[in-house]
Ligand binder design. Structure first.
Ligand code: URA
Length: 236
């Protein structure tokens, strides 16, 4: 990769800014000054420094966010706060985006990356990656609902959902806490499935994507990088 592209990707400014750095003699490759913006470097075998500081090159970033309520799953918006606004500006040059969407009022596990292949591996309908939700429902979810969800329910637009696993976790008066495992991700799917059996989702949290569970140590609004092993688990 060209040194100017690598440094620009790593947040050292535009190609023009990087050219100035190179001219200043700030950039070294394996301790040799490099001034030529076209110089190719292999970040895996050559050490690049800027003003003596090693450039830790990596093309992709993978974050697990515990999404709070009130932020939208988008990269930017003129009115609303987005999940990307929660991420430290030091990540800005990676051009991160959310992997799929959670509604503004849904909380929990949201992955954020700049790796299109990772996004595809998790979101493509053909890959059938399970997403697991916990919902507080206003209304009594029944054994009949469990059976219907397992067969597929018809939504208000006529679409019949793929079989889904519904577990009733607890009941408190007319309220039910459920765990729902879906292998597809239609718009507002959990809320619409619950509405299709005549009840209403009051709170929704995503707790798992494929084999990856939401880290219980993450407070709402906090995030951490995935480990290499977690990334491998999700994208074998
Ligand atoms: N289903 C919903 O209804 N909302 C979400 O945010 C995710 C799944």
């Amino acid at each position: 990769m060209r040194i100017d592209k690598l440094l620009s990707n790593m947040g050292y400014g535009s190609r023009k800014d990087v050219k100035i750095l190179l001219k200043q003699g700030a950039v070294r490759v394996d301790d040799q000054p490099v001034k030529d913006a076209k110089r190719h470097v292999d970040p895996n075998t050559e050490q690049v420094t800027v003003f003596g500081e090693t450039v830790d090159y990596r093309p992709f970033v993978y974050l697990m966010l515990n999404k709070p309520e009130g932020v939208i799953s988008a990269t930017e918006d003129n009115v609303e706060s987005t999940v990307i606004d929660l991420i430290d500006p030091s990540y800005a040059h990676y051009e991160l985006f959310p992997v799929g969407r959670l509604d503004k009022d849904t909380t929990g596990l949201l992955l954020i990356t700049n790796d299109g292949a990772f996004n595809h591996a998790l979101m493509s309908p053909r890959k059938h990656v399970d997403k697991v939700y916990i919902a507080e429902v206003d209304g009594e979810m029944t054994v009949e609902d469990v059976r219907q969800f397992a067969e597929g329910v018809e939504l208000e637009d006529g679409y019949t959902t793929k079989p889904a696993r519904l577990e009733i976790l607890s009941r408190n008066g007319r309220r039910t806490t459920i765990r729902l495992t879906l292998s597809e991700g239609k718009y507002h799917q959990v809320k619409r499935m619950v509405a299709a059996v005549g009840k209403h989702v009051e709170r929704l949290e995503r707790v798992q994507i494929g084999p990856l569970e939401l880290d219980a140590n993450l407070e709402r609004g906090d995030y951490r990088e995935l480990t290499e092993e977690e990334v491998r688990l999700l994208m074998p």
